[in-house]
Design a protein around this ligand. Structure first.
Ligand code: PMP
Length: 443
C-alpha cells in the first residue's frame, strides 16, 4: 500500500466525523481490503481521477451503471437539456412512457413497467407485488444473492453484508437475518437456499409449495463476484414456480443490459424454450448513472399495483425527468448493432489476459465474463455457490487489489464483487491492466 493519497486520507478523516464510516454505502469504505478509499473528483471515458489527481482505469463503473464509460457526449447532452426543462415535476411525463416502452420491447414477456429510484426499492416492491398477487407469504432466495436492503431480503445476502458476516465470525453459516435491526419475525417467511442447488429447491417446493409467493434470484450472481445460475437450476426454478403457482422474480439490477441487450434472461431463453421471468427487477444501466430502477412484469401481475390494485407503492422522485433522459440516451447507445459483441470481446480480452498472467505466475485463478461483466477468483475452479466463493484467500486478493490500485487500476475493493468493463475501455487500457496485474503477481 503506498501513501500517495494525502487528500483522500484527509477527506476520509473529515468524512468519518460526519458520515458513519465516512461513506454512504459500506463497500466504498475499503473495509474488506484495508487502506484509504480514494475520494473521486472526476471521470471521463474509462478513467477516474481522485482528489489527489491520480488517474485510474475504472472497472467498477459506479457498480455497473456506466456501461458507456463516463461523460458520454450524447448522455450528457440529454441530461443537460432535461435539467433545463425541469428537475422534477411529480407528475407524469412523456419520457417515462418512452422508457417503459423501450424496456418492454427489449425484455421478453414483460408488458408493463413501474419506475423507481433504486434497485432496493424495485426489489422490495417486487416481493410485495409477488405476495399481493399470489396471496402467499414465503419468498425463496439464495445464499450470496443481494437484492438491496429491504428487511425481508437481508438474509445471507452477498455484497457488503459479507464483510459484516466475516467480521462477526458468522461467515457462510450466518444465522438469519444478516443485519441488526431486522426482527426475526420479519424474515420468518424468507427461505434461504444454496445457489445452484437443484435438490434444495425441489425439497423446499415439496415442503412449502403452496405457500411460496416467489423465487427470487440473480441470474448471474454478481454480489458474490460472478457465479452463473446453471441452466438446469434456472430451468428448474422456472418449472417449479409455474407448477406451484409461485412467481419467478429475476433480479437483473446488475445483469440487465449489462450482459446482453435482453438481460441475462435472454441468454437462458436460448436454451430453455419459452423462458421468461414473471417479474424482472432492473436498475443500474437503465439509469445510465442517475438514480433510476424499475420492475417489469406481465399486465396480469402489474394490475395488482396501486393505483390499479391493492399493492401499494409510490415515490416523490419516481420516473424523474433527468434520470429518464439519462436512461433513454444510454439505451439508445447500447441498442446500436454490434455494441455487445464489441463489449464482450473487450471484457473477454481482459479475462483471458488476467488468466494468462496468473498462470504464468503460478497463482490459482479462474475467471468468467458475459457482456461487460466479469469476475475473477483466486481459486482453481469457478465456484458454483457462496460457500465455494468464501474459500478465496482474502489476503492474496487484498494484495492483488492494492498492487493494482497503486498501478492505476481500480478493481472492486472486495473479493466478492463483480467487475465491469465499459464501451470506453480500449484494448490499450485492457493490456495496461493485464501488464499491471502481471507485475503485481510476479513481484
Ligand atoms: N439487486 C442487485 C442484483 C444488485 O446488485 C443491487 C445493488 N448492487 C441491488 C439489487 C440494489 O440496488 P441499489 O443499490 O440501487 O439499491
Amino acid at each position: 500500500m503506498n501513501d500517495s493519497s494525502p487528500r483522500s486520507r484527509a477527506l476520509f478523516e473529515r468524512a468519518q466525523a460526519v458520515i458513519p464510516g465516512g461513506v454512504n454505502s459500506p463497500v466504498r469504505a475499503f473495509r474488506a481490503v484495508g487502506g484509504t478509499p480514494r475520494f473521486m473528483a472526476r471521470a471521463q471515458g474509462a478513467y477516474l481521477w481522485d482528489a489527489d489527481g491520480q488517474c485510474y482505469i475504472d472497472y467498477i463503473g459506479s457498480w455497473g451503471p456506466m456501461i458507456l464509460g463516463h461523460g458520454h457526449p450524447a448522455v450528457l447532452a440529454a441530461v443537460e437539456s432535461a435539467a433545463r426543462e425541469a428537475l422534477s415535476f411529480g407528475a407524469p411525463t412523456e419520457r417515462e412512457v418512452e422508457l417503459a416502452e423501450a424496456l418492454v420491447a427489449l425484455l421478453p414477456g414483460m408488458e408493463q413497467v413501474r419506475l423507481v429510484n433504486s434497485g432496493t426499492e424495485a426489489a422490495m416492491t417486487a416481493i410485495r407485488l409477488a405476495r399481493g398477487a399470489t396471496g402467499r407469504s414465503y419468498i425463496v432466495k439464495f445464499e450470496g444473492c443481494y437484492h438491496g436492503h429491504a428487511d425481508a431480503l437481508l438474509v445471507k445476502a452477498g455484497s457488503g453484508l459479507v464483510a459484516g458476516a466475516l467480521a462477526s465470525g458468522q461467515g457462510a453459516s450466518a444465522p438469519a437475518p444478516t443485519s441488526a435491526g431486522v426482527p426475526p419475525e420479519v424474515v420468518q417467511h424468507t427461505l434461504v437456499l444454496p445457489y445452484n442447488d437443484c435438490q434444495a429447491l425441489a425439497d423446499v417446493f415439496a415442503r412449502h409449495g403452496d405457500a411460496i409467493a416467489a423465487v427470487m434470484m440473480e441470474p448471474i450472481a454478481g454480489n458474490m463476484n460472478f457465479v452463473r445460475a446453471s441452466r438446469e437450476f434456472m430451468a428448474q426454478a422456472r418449472a417449479l414456480s409455474t407448477q406451484h403457482g409461485a412467481l419467478l422474480v429475476i433480479d437483473e439490477v446488475m445483469t440487465g443490459f449489462r450482459v446482453a441487450l435482453g438481460g441475462a434472461q435472454s441468454l437462458y431463453a436460448r436454451d430453455i424454450p419459452g423462458f421468461a421471468a414473471d417479474i424482472t427487477v432492473l436498475g443500474k444501466v437503465i439509469g445510465g448513472g442517475m438514480p433510476l430502477a424499475a420492475l417489469a412484469a406481465p399486465r396480469e401481475i402489474m394490475r395488482h399495483l396501486a393505483p390499479l390494485g391493492p399493492v401499494y407503492q409510490a415515490g416523490t422522485l419516481s420516473g424523474n425527468p433527468v434520470a429518464t433522459a439519462c436512461g433513454l440516451a444510454t439505451l439508445a447507445q447500447i441498442s446500436a448493432p454490434g455494441f455487445y459483441e464489441a463489449l464482450s470481446a473487450r471484457t473477454q480480452r481482459l479475462v483471458d489476459g488476467l488468466r494468462g498472467v496468473a498462470q504464468a505466475a503460478g497463482v490459482p485463478f479462474s475467471a468468467d465474463s458475459e457482456g461487460g461483466m466479469f469476475g475473477f477468483f483466486l481459486l482453481d475452479q469457478l465456484p458454483q455457490d457462496y460457500a465455494s466463493v468464501m474459500r478465496t484467500d482474502t489476503q492474496a486478493f487484498n494484495r492483488l487489489f492494492h498492487g493494482a490500485l497503486d498501478r492505476g487500476v481500480y478493481f472492486a475493493p472486495a473479493f466478492y464483487e463483480a467487475g465491469f468493463v465499459s464501451a470506453a475501455h480500449s484494448d490499450a487500457d485492457i493490456d495496461a491492466t493485464v501488464a499491471a496485474v502481471a507485475e503485481v503477481l510476479g513481484g
